[in-house]
Design a protein around this ligand. Structure first.
Ligand code: SF4
Length: 640
């Protein structure tokens, strides 16, 4: 059997996998024992990719005429796109590249937006909705919008603080490393609003009231400052004095009162942090998908800095870091400053605008654009306030480039088939900023990667000379020339199949103290329950791929988890249907009684197309990073 090594299509660990083929079809997938990321222990999602490759794919370009989608040739689709977009102003069009596609595809997509439409209206779902606050926080505190540490640095930690994340379920390849270290004595500390799989392995668990994490972190820092249990030399870091003064306001009593935890629990927890000589921290969307996302991340990184710790979080989609690095953002050009900016204009032979563009929420919710090109993104399911998003999508000229049909397809005016990651060639940059080669494992006839789509489309706009690439390697050469963080990468070395590294260097260190400004109590008389969303171990994001797998779809995701006491009060039993309603919408889900849910709290997964949980979230977001709240909202429950 032929064996081709390539990258898993799913999460930001970006594991190497061995694909075994017979007659051009994937027969089986095995982990790669030599892979420093997975160390030969990839998860079930990666090992079942063969079950999703050929199912429910988009196989032809389509355009919507008289409300119906009709198959057309690529040329017809391009002409239709050109006709409907050529007269748009820069502010009227939007581009959404993706963490599911290669660096090369993302780079060309943003270049097309900037060169052809003169717009910075570019933003990707994965980096904006999930971890913009993480990237921004790292930039503010360490001067580099990327994690300075590697996953294998888990092996030199004696304590792992896991907050707003469930790596036992969602990042098993990281958690395997943690479990190995636990056997050697590493302490695991978990901070979550509800019990999850990771909590079951933790030495200490704190169940905090959602939205009060800044208080907890400031309280821990106060404890450390009082005991002088911090890293030698941190007194000399900018902002230390301000931080140590501010955290004095967070007495144990105050912290425990606001976070709704017991004092003896807090003290035990803080003592483990104080005694740690090499702290590791892992966080997730439980900290970032909130209106106070940036305050959460600053506080977390303040603690990290105080202890001289290392951040070991994994994030989002396989190319979550790469899509941001490729300048797929409304505020960042692929350059550092004016000198490089001039060089970029010279290289691209085109004026490039510096006007700030629209972010995802602005383009689809706040001031909707007239047209959008979206790649492997499902705004009809993944954005907040979906009733409003659906109204706006109906009015838009939406060009969907995707592998699978999804809810957004019902709004698209043009649909173009694109390959899955393992049907492409190029590179991705995983959550560690490790740049890895993606090899084409199978060929998807009729599908075209974004770099070819935009190269061909540029001819209609008379700008083909700017996209005259022969292959992905040529594009990667331009990336290395244009993106400063990639300038040290040896193109041929990476294209031979070796891992390269984009810039991970810490440029400076600075504390940014954050005061707790109060939590909006999302529970009210009208909406007496707190809804918390979370992800399943067996599904990924909006579930287009994982729902095709016969192994993974056995694990159901359309439940509303409710505590035993609340179920009794509402006279509910397992399998009953309930309407869950908030101020912005309602959904119907099946009841699952779960004795780990706290009273007054219900939980739902966010992967299901049948239960559109994001309808329940009004448009609320962190103002610095424009990250929406998709984690907690007040709801009422009624049996139907
Ligand atoms: Fe690795 Fe993530 Fe794929 Fe699992 S889903 S195999 S952890 S990259």
């Amino acid at each position: 059997m032929q064996n081709i090594k390539s990258i898993c299509i799913y999460c930001g660990c970006g594991c190497n996998l061995n694909f075994y083929l017979k007659n051009g079809k994937i027969e089986k997938i095995l982990p790669d024992k030599a892979d420093p990321v997975s160390e030969g222990k990839s998860c079930m999602k990666g090992l079942t990719i063969n079950e999703v490759v050929g199912k429910g794919r988009i196989i032809s370009p389509m355009i919507r005429k008289s409300k119906k989608l009709k198959k057309v040739s690529w040329e017809e689709a391009y002409k239709y796109i050109y006709k409907n977009t050529k007269d748009l102003e820069p502010d009227e069009i939007f581009f959404s590249p993706s963490g599911k596609i290669t660096n090369e595809d993302n780079f060309i997509m943003q270049k097309f937006a900037r060169i052809v439409f003169g717009t910075n209206n570019i933003d990707s779902c994965c980096s904006r909705i999930c971890h913009q606050a993480t990237v921004q926080g790292l930039r503010n505190i360490f001067g580099n919008p990327a994690n300075p540490w590697r996953f294998d640095e888990i092996y030199d930690r004696d304590c792992m603080l896991i907050i707003g994340s469930n790596p036992a379920s969602n990042y098993p390849v990281l958690f395997n490393k943690i479990l190995l270290m636990k056997e050697k004595g590493m302490k695991i500390l978990s901070v979550q609003p509800i019990i999850n799989l990771t909590s079951k392995y933790a030495d200490e668990n704190l169940l905090v009231y959602p939205g009060t994490e800044v208080v907890l972190l400031n309280g821990i820092m106060n404890f450390l400052v009082e005991q002088k249990a911090y890293e030698k030399g941190v007194e000399n870091i900018d902002g230390f004095k301000e931080l140590s003064n501010l955290v004095k306001e967070y007495s144990i009593e105050k912290v425990c009162d606001i976070c709704k935890i017991k004092q003896e629990q807090f003290i035990k927890f803080a003592e483990v942090v104080a005694n740690s000589k090499s702290l590791g921290i892992i966080h997730g969307m439980g900290l970032t998908q909130h209106v106070n996302a940036i305050e959460n991340i600053h506080s977390l990184l303040n603690l990290l800095l105080l202890k001289g710790g290392k951040l070991l979080s994994c994030r989002g989609e396989v190319n979550v870091q790469g899509v941001d690095d490729m300048a797929c953002s409304p505020v960042m050009l692929p350059v550092d400053g004016m000198v490089n900016f001039t060089r970029l204009e010279k290289l691209w032979e085109r004026k490039v605008t510096i006007k700030k563009g629209k972010s995802l929420l602005e383009a689809f919710l706040i001031s909707p654009v007239k047209a959008a090109f979206i790649s492997s993104f499902n705004p009809a399911q993944s954005l907040p306030n979906l009733n409003e998003v659906h109204k706006n999508l109906k009015k838009m000229f939406l060009v969907q480039m995707d592998c699978y049909f999804n809810l957004t397809s019902s709004f698209a005016k043009v649909i173009l088939p694109t390959p899955l990651l393992i049907e492409r060639f190029g590179t991705i940059t995983n959550g560690e900023r490790r740049v890895r080669l993606v090899r084409k494992v199978v060929d998807q006839k009729n599908a075209k990667p974004e770099w070819i789509i935009f190269k061909e489309l540029s001819q209609y706009f008379g700008l083909a000379k700017h996209f005259n690439y022969k292959n992905e390697r040529e594009i990667f050469r331009e990336i290395v020339e244009v993106i400063p963080a990639y300038s040290m990468i040896d193109v041929d070395f990476v294209y031979e199949g070796n891992d390269g590294w984009a810039d991970k260097e810490i440029k400076f260190k600075k504390f940014i103290p954050e005061r707790f400004e109060g939590v909006e109590d999302v529970r009210s008389k009208k909406y007496p329950f707190l809804l918390i969303t979370f992800r399943s171990q067996y599904h990924f994001l909006t579930g287009e791929a994982t729902s095709k797998s016969k192994t993974l779809r056995k694990f159901k995701i359309d439940f509303c988890y409710i505590s035993t006491d609340d179920a009794r009060k509402l006279k509910l039993k397992d399998g009953d249907k309930v309407r869950v309603s908030s101020s912005s919408g309602s959904v119907v889900a099946k009841v699952k009684i779960d004795n780990t849910m706290p009273e007054g709290t219900v939980g739902m997964h966010f992967h299901s197309e049948k239960v559109l949980v994001n309808k329940l979230f009004p448009t609320k977001f962190d103002e610095e990073t424009l990250t929406p709240n998709l984690k907690v909202v007040g709801v009422k429950i009624k049996k139907v």
